[in-house]
Design a protein around this ligand. Structure first.
Ligand code: ASP
Length: 334
């Protein structure tokens, strides 16, 4: 039961100052002239959900000029992070049940450098704090007050992230106080972005405000390296969205990358990871309809793919010729 990708939005990249046509790089085999050259599709950037289109544009402004995947993914995810109308990421994100906007983010580069923040309040761009953790501390993860303290020391401004609409909705929610995240309904979502640059290096970033009305202190998969994001520069990269608890349970993105190492193509690797999620739901007697999980992946050759539990998950692919939103293949139709 798998849908095929249907192209539902296409944005041309002309006028963005990008290097068109540089995405198909033939690498001739000098040893054996008869061997067909392997086409590596690069640069390339993928990101989750519809806000991925704009995020990809910002990433492409760097990738298209031969810039680093690490810089591209940070710049890309900062677009939805900074947009007060995006209610599941950064500024404008929905709060926890105590009315506090707490953010999770992580970043990983081609060398295996990692940085992460969880339950960070008052800072609009948690991805940049995660990068600062990676580059300026002896640690890989800071949480809560410690993460905020570090961010302020680094000069990030302290801001109120709870926008009026989110506050209104939260007050309405308090009347019943029912915690019921729904698959594909935007009371949660994450921007996960993975990129392959002109030099063939991979990096990824993942950032979210998590599940709306979560318990204060709840942390999802998005800031957890191996769960919400994983990059192995020899193999590929993967990132996740959806119910973080289910992604953490299978250490999803590390699994996807390991499956690619074993020879699976990106879509099949994502499909197998989704099968593990589905199986554990079944084993635990849980209703699959209550959750969504989606993975996207790129391998070192620039092949890419995705798979999700329920239909309805989409992601944006930008290769310099186009920037399109495609529907993910899925396990069940809703
Ligand atoms: N994965 C995020 C979390 O569990 C939410 C989402 O992507 O929908 O916090």
């Amino acid at each position: 039961m798998s849908s095929r990708k249907s192209f539902i939005k296409s944005a041309t990249l002309s006028g963005m100052g990008v290097l068109l046509g540089s995405n198909l790089m033939a690498e001739p085999n000098k040893e054996d002239k008869k061997t067909k050259p392997t086409a590596i599709r690069k640069p390339l950037v993928l990101s989750t959900w519809r806000f991925g289109i704009q995020a990809n544009e910002a990433a492409w402004a760097i990738l298209g000029k031969g810039g680093k995947a690490l810089d591209a993914v940070e710049a890309g995810v900062k677009i939805p992070e900074g947009d007060p109308k995006e209610r599941s990421v950064g500024y404008g994100g929905r709060p926890d049940r105590d009315g506090r906007v707490t953010l999770d983010a992580c970043i990983m580069d081609e060398l295996g450098n990692i940085g992460s923040v969880a339950a960070l309040e008052h800072i609009k761009h948690p991805i940049s704090v995660a990068r600062a953790v990676m580059e300026k501390t002896p640690h890989v993860m800071l949480v809560g007050d410690g993460a905020l303290q570090f961010a302020l020391e680094q000069g990030f401004p302290k801001e109120n992230l709870l926008v009026e609409d989110s506050e209104k909705e939260w007050k309405e929610w308090l009347k019943k106080s029912e915690y019921k995240p729904i698959a594909n309904i935007e009371n949660h979502d994450t921007i996960g972005m993975i990129a392959l640059d002109e030099n063939g290096n991979l990096s990824g970033a993942c950032t979210t405000s998590g599940m709306a009305y979560k318990m204060h202190g709840r942390v999802g998969d998005s800031p957890i390296i191996g769960a919400g994001l994983y990059v192995d520069n020899e193999i590929g990269a993967a990132t996740a969205t959806g119910h973080g608890e289910e992604v953490i349970r299978i250490v999803g993105c590390h699994l996807v990358v390991e499956l690619m190492r074993q020879g699976k193509n990106p879509e099949d690797a994502c499909k197998e990871a989704v099968a593990r999620v589905v199986n554990l739901m079944k084993v635990r007697g849980k209703n699959l309809k209550d959750i969504q999980v989606g993975f996207i992946a790129i391998n070192k050759q620039g092949e890419h793919g995705s798979y999700c539990v329920q239909s309805g998950f989409n992601y944006a692919i930008c290769d310099g010729k186009s920037n399109v939103l495609v529907d993910s293949a899925y396990h069940s139709k809703v």
